[in-house]
Design a protein around this ligand. Structure first.
Ligand code: NAD
Length: 522
């Protein structure tokens, strides 16, 4: 079994009157410090007022048995993540030119990174694994299943993907052979025409029957595997955008009615989202299309079910959300960000069609907006750097995606600085750990409730879950979907800090900061 502990392990216990370990839950009292800013009506001057909000968090400690259902299970990501988890779970190593390679979870924030817990008595930093701050599910324990419009079993799908080393493929082949994707919903209008030859495992019937079948699939998967919870994730082909039409997908009721009427503008991914929401199964969209139409979000809110998206933030965009933040925060003004990609896997083939490329272009382009908007010294209101995205399908590079980026920025006294980046990587080896992180963080959020306390509460406020739209997943997503009227954060360091500090709050620990005052005093 791979390094790391089993589901639910934590690396420490908190010693504080504000934290209670009881009845299968950790409860914390937490003072949330923020600064409220207003402008003086007369002088026009900004006024900053520190404020405190008293939160209580309750985190159930028992993870239980959790399942992950992937839509597009037989794709490069689906087959890669399934094979890799199996190799980790069974401790399967394989031979390479350089010797024996053991399985690992590198690239997963939850499984392979650490959080600073605090300092010891000698003021030295103490770090703990990210997944041991609060009890989290372990990927080795997850039961994986899912759907695909293609009927290949997962062993053959892994072979077709040409991602994992061949000796590893041989060693996991027999275990994966019996895993067969469930038939799925195929509406040819939503994905590229070049995908049609794959569609040999599709559901017949009406849209409403499709919805009922998907709901039944989720229920049966849960029952057959004795699961406490199922999480559904879309890692199928990128669809075109769905038109947002008044009376069709703008409200929860309209969306349900549109499905009953078989309206053509309800996409397969939205149907999966609706089925998951109605089954109380959290749904995460790993592709760029607008699956979470307003009606789907309203339905999730109404059902108190969780949704998250869009589009795994794996390579080029991840670097962009670091580099753009660095430049703007350094007082340097990006003028043009020009990004080329070429890739040769089935994702690239699908994206070679204009409507599907457009979905990707949209999700890739919003990524610097918040950083630009935060600096009104460099950018006037409404001003943006040029941002161009090109994707080309080059079959011979397979899953080994190439990304070329040029950042041209204005520096001191009108000078120019050009940074050029060339990035090569197996696309699915970047995306698979994100699937694991999204799964783990989403699962955690199903066990957390909170309430806000005030001095004037006459009755105890009710515990309630977090908002249905899980913006805490933003770190793993290119174009984070957030609750209506909520700011989108793209900057990677901020996104990680949010995950880390919210998890610390669950166990009553103050947010991490880098003040290091203890090292600055005499
Ligand atoms: P892939 O083409 O190898 O796999 C997609 C799978 O989905 C295929 O097996 C296909 O048959 C199946 N499929 C298509 N429509 C379906 C439907 N309606 N129901 C069920 N299955 C369906 O692609 P991939 O490389 O695994 O990527 C999957 C998705 O993740 C793509 O949309 C891609 O844009 C997105 N994504 C990938 C990365 C990355 O790999 N680094 C990053 C961000 C986003």
């Amino acid at each position: 079994v791979a390094p790391g502990s089993a589901s639910g392990a934590t690396a420490f216990k908190v010693d504080s009157p504000y934290v209670r370990y009881a009845d299968g839950a950790i409860e914390s009292d937490y003072m949330y410090d923020t600064t409220i800013v207003s402008r003086d009506a007369e002088t026009g001057q900004l006024k900053a007022k520190p404020t405190k909000v008293h939160y209580q968090f309750q985190t159930k400690t028992s993870v239980g048995r959790v399942g992950l259902m992937l839509v597009g299970w037989g794709g490069n990501n689906g087959s890669t993540v399934t094979a890799a988890i199996l190799a980790n779970k069974l401790g399967i190593s394989w031979e390479t030119r350089k010797g024996t390679q053991a399985p690992n979870y590198f690239g997963s924030v939850m499984m392979a990174s650490t959080v600073k817990l605090g300092v010891d008595e000698n003021l030295r930093d103490v770090y703990v694994p990210f997944n041991e701050v609060v009890p989290m599910a372990h990927p080795n324990d997850v039961v994986i299943g899912g759907w695909d419009i293609n009927s290949l079993n997962i062993a053959e799908a892994m072979r077709r993907a040409q991602v994992l080393p061949v000796d590893l493929q041989r060693r996991v082949y027999d275990e994966l052979k019996s895993l067969k994707p469930l038939p799925s919903v195929y509406y040819p209008d939503f994905i590229a025409a070049n995908q049609e030859e794959r569609a040999d495992n599709v559901l017949g019937g009406t849209k409403l029957e499709h919805l009922e079948q998907l709901r039944k699939d989720i229920r049966e998967f849960k029952q057959t595997n004795s699961l406490d919870r199922v999480i559904v994730m879309w890692t199928a082909n990128t669809e075109r955008y769905a038109d947002i039409i008044a009376g069709v997908n703008d409200t929860a009721d309209n969306l349900l009615q549109a499905i009953a009427n078989g309206h053509a503008e309800v996409s397969p991914s939205t149907l999966f989202a609706v089925a998951s929401i109605l089954e109380g199964a959290p749904f995460v969209n790993g592709s760029p299309q607008n699956t979470l139409v307003p009606g789907a979000i309203e339905l999730a809110e109404r059902e108190r079910s969780f949704v998250g998206g869009d589009d795994f933030k794996s390579g080029q965009t991840k670097i962009k959300s670091v580099l753009a933040e660095f430049l703007v925060n350094a007082g340097i003004k990006p003028l043009a960000i020009t990004s080329y990609n070429h890739l040769g896997n089935n994702d690239g083939r699908n994206l070679s069609a204009p409507a599907q490329f457009r979905s990707k272009e949209i999700s890739k382009s919003s990524v610097v907006d918040d950083m630009v908007g935060a600096n009104n010294i460099l950018y006037k209101k409404g001003e943006h750097p040029d941002h161009t995205i090109v994707i080309k399908y080059v079959p011979s590079v397979g899953d080994s995606k190439r990304a070329l980026d040029e950042y041209v920025s204005e520096i001191f006294m009108g000078g120019l600085n050009t940074i050029s980046i060339y990035n090569t990587c197996e696309d699915s080896l970047l995306a698979s750990p994100l699937i694991i992180d999204l799964f783990m963080m989403t699962e955690l959020m199903t066990r957390v409730t909170y309430r806000v306390k005030t001095d004037v509460d006459e009755v105890e406020p009710q515990w309630q879950p977090f908002h249905s739209v899980l913006s805490i997943l933003s770190y793993m997503l290119k174009a984070p979907v957030v609750a209506p009227n909520t700011p989108v954060v793209n900057a990677l360091a901020k996104q990680r800090m949010a995950m880390e500090n919210i998890m610390r709050a669950f166990v009553g620990l103050p947010p991490n900061n880098e003040m290091l005052l203890e090292h600055k005093a005499f």
